[in-house]
Design a protein around this ligand. Structure first.
Ligand code: FES
Ligand code: FE
Length: 434
């Protein structure tokens, strides 16, 4: 039986050692085996509409500049000066032709090339002929349907191969908007993202984001509010499936009580929104046929892209990414994703629908964070109470959305990656001792 994850299909046992959430050594393994090897979300193409647009991002523990150069190419540049290390870009976002280092004022164009430095006389004429004084670019950056990812492993498989079966679900999100003249830009990220932190392990937030089982008990306040706005009819019908999508990715797809700006109206949205939503369903039906249109419009999807990207297409769409600064601490960034073409009034309805549930000021996210922090506190008893039970639904042929198959998909991949690296390190250490 595994040290961290134990599975016995016949006996319906799936358990995770709680050390996985608390141990500094495991976090170090994760940084190497996961955050330095997997495709990590850096941003959405819509955030870089114009040449020169940039966003400062932290991804996988690295400081990056997510930018579209004057040549129109999207890049991720390591945000560190080749001179003596300072962050070159200090602003959160903006548009610029030049990034200028605060410390000794070396400057770089928006493609990363060194274009100026004070008092050049102290350097030979050909000092940058090898490009070593340019900003360093992340070699692997790829995008799918507007979602841009980086990978710090130069030999990683392509993003499309990595996403695999998860692409089907990203498509169901990306297809919600009329792409118009920009086939990849139908959806847009709204400025600015929400940033907050939670005193809990990063994997707890991943689990929570695809956990429908906790919905009713944890979010009672939200359900009560939806009920007052006409969303009561199917309050108890959280019906759907959970799927292992391979490569550690997972999804749950289901119907629910809450409204959806793309295709499920409730009286609380108002009359104008009703007409807009009906028209949208007509458009989707014309384009994709009834079955797919129904799926896009009415079904919710909580997608977990291994390791740390969540796309929750629920009462609004949130893109959520997070990174551990310690085993018991995460920094979270949450974005809202919306159809670019919608009018101002409807955008307001969507934003209300988003904020009611999502984000640090919503009716749900603080409850979720409370639950995660309670788990982390409970893990202080790890020595005596060692295992988390993640077996729900193993006794069923087709796992339901309220089961935990989604989490098992993540944990299998996590376990393979972490234990493989750990064994390799132990083997290397053994060799050195001999
Ligand atoms: Fe940037 Fe010196 S550290 S110019
Ligand atoms: Fe929740």
């Amino acid at each position: 039986m595994g040290k961290y994850v134990q599975e016995d299909q016949e006996k319906c046992i799936f358990r995770v050692n709680r050390k996985s959430f608390t141990d500094q050594g495991i976090l170090e393994l994760e940084r190497e085996a996961i955050f330095s090897k997997c495709w990590l979300f850096i941003g959405h193409e819509s955030e870089l509409r114009n040449n020169g647009d940039f966003h400062r991002r932290k991804v996988g523990g690295r400081n990056l500049i997510f930018t579209r150069g004057s040549d129109g190419v999207i890049r991720a540049l390591y945000n560190t000066c080749p001179h003596r290390g300072a962050l070159v870009c200090r602003e959160g976002h903006g548009n610029t032709k030049v990034f200028r280092c605060f410390y000794h004022a070396w400057s770089f164009n928006n493609q990363g090339d060194l274009v100026g430095m004070p008092d050049k006389a102290g350097f030979p004429e050909d000092h940058n002929c090898d490009g070593s004084k340019n900003l360093v670019e992340v070699k692997r950056l790829e995008s799918y349907r507007g979602f841009v990812f980086v990978n710090f492993d130069d030999n990683a498989i392509s993003l499309e191969d990595y996403l695999g079966n998860a692409k089907e679900y990203i498509d169901l999100v990306a297809d919600q908007a009329e792409a118009g003249a920009h086939p990849e830009m139908g959806m847009e990220v709204l400025m600015d993202p929400q940033e907050y932190s939670v005193r809990a392990n990063w994997k707890l937030l991943g689990e929570n984001s695809v956990d429908l089982y906790h919905g009713m008990p944890t979010h009672k306040t939200y359900f009560d509010i939806v009920a007052t706005r006409g969303g009561l009819a199917d309050k108890d019908n959280l019906i759907g499936v959970g799927r292992d999508l391979g490569n550690g990715h997972a999804v749950m797809e289901y119907t629910s009580a809450w409204p959806r700006p793309v295709g499920k109206w409730i009286p609380g949205y108002g009359e104008e929104a009703k007409g807009i939503i009906e028209k949208n369903i007509e458009r989707l039906t014309e384009k994709f046929g009834e079955e797919r249109a129904e799926r896009i419009a009415k079904k919710n999807r909580n997608i977990w892209i291994f390791p740390n990207l969540i796309i929750n297409d629920i009462m609004a769409i949130t893109i959520r990414t997070f990174y551990p600064t310690a085993p018991n601490y995460i920094e979270v960034t949450g974005y809202a994703l919306a159809a670019a073409e919608e009018n101002e009034n409807f955008r307001q309805v969507r934003n209300d629908s988003f904020l009611e549930f999502l984000g640090p000021g919503g009716f749900a996210t603080p409850d979720d964070n409370e639950a995660l922090e309670l788990c982390q506190e409970g893990f202080l008893n790890n020595k005596e109470v060692e295992w988390n039970d993640i077996s729900r639904g193993m006794n069923r042929e087709v796992p339901q959305a309220t089961d935990e198959a989604q989490m098992r998909a993540f944990w299998r991949e996590w376990n393979d990656r972490v234990t493989f690296l750990e064994a390799k390190k132990e083997e290397e250490a053994g060799r050195v001792e001999v």
